[in-house]
Write a protein that binds this ligand. Structure first.
Ligand SMILES: Nc1ncnc2c1ncn2[C@@H]1O[C@H](COP(=O)(O)OP(=O)(O)O)[C@@H](O)[C@H]1O
Ligand SMILES: [Mg+2]
Length: 209
């Protein structure tokens, strides 16, 4: 499968199944002979992993603008140090959250100006943009329920935000997918994980094979 050098991101709300599906896709791609690099945001670099703790801790009092810039900052580091070199080396790069998360959460959820968030994304990424973005679409109430079971009630700084916040996040994800239908693939994440996995795999084969 000639998908070397492709960049695929997973997006969606809390508990939608991003990490689950990323792992499953990585396994399938490796079995198909691809060299795969699995990443998550924020994270993937020593700097990013440190900032991840800060950004996720429920106790961190971070202003919305500071939060948006911190995510962008982690992204800039990850793109330059890890993603760009990996793509140049012909790896398939999978990333759990990327530019669309900041638009959905910091603009949709927090209410920051979308154009400013997009500028920060451009600064962070340059020309390194996803070839495909899988949007795992799920009612936030269900997603938060899954996340709560997964984390045994230990909610992070985003999971503790109310239903209204997560509803706005989902709405903005829908807008993004509508604006860029060529990049987005929207999956009904309420279906069993196996069914979602199959659908994603089918789409990858359709697009890149
Ligand atoms: N399609 C699915 N149906 C039901 N449960 C799922 C599904 N996908 C994932 N899960 C479970 O829901 C929880 C959240 O999944 P996860 O992949 O961690 O979501 P995310 O990374 O989007 O927050 C995990 O416990 C996972 O096993
Ligand atoms: Mg996850």
């Amino acid at each position: 499968m000639p998908i070397a050098g492709k960049f695929i991101t997973f997006e969606g709300g809390e508990g939608a199944g991003k990490s689950t599906q990323l792992t499953r896709l990585a396994e399938r791609l490796r079995a198909a002979g691809e060299t795969v690099l699995s990443l998550r945001e924020p994270g993937g670099t020593p700097f990013g992993e440190k900032m991840r703790d800060v950004l996720k801790q429920p106790g961190s009092a971070i202003q919305p603008a500071a939060e948006a810039l911190l995510f962008a900052s982690c992204r800039a580091q990850l793109v330059a140090d890890v993603i760009a070199p990996a793509l140049a080396a012909g790896k398939v790069v999978l990333c759990d959250r990327f530019i669309d998360s900041t638009v959905a959460y910091q603009s949709g959820g927090r209410g920051l100006d979308r154009a400013l968030i997009e500028s920060a994304n451009r600064l962070a990424c340059g020309s390194v943009l996803p070839d495909l973005t899988v949007l795992l679409d799920l009612d936030p109430t269900r997603g938060l329920g899954r996340a709560s079971v997964r984390d045994q009630g230990q909610a992070d700084r985003f999971e503790v935000l109310g239903a209204e916040f997560h509803r706005k996040v989902r709405e903005l994800y829908h807008s993004l997918a509508k604006e860029e239908p060529g990049r987005f693939f929207v999956v009904d994440a309420a279906r069993p994980a196996e069914a979602v996995e199959q659908e994603v795999w089918h789409e990858i084969a359709r697009r890149f094979r």
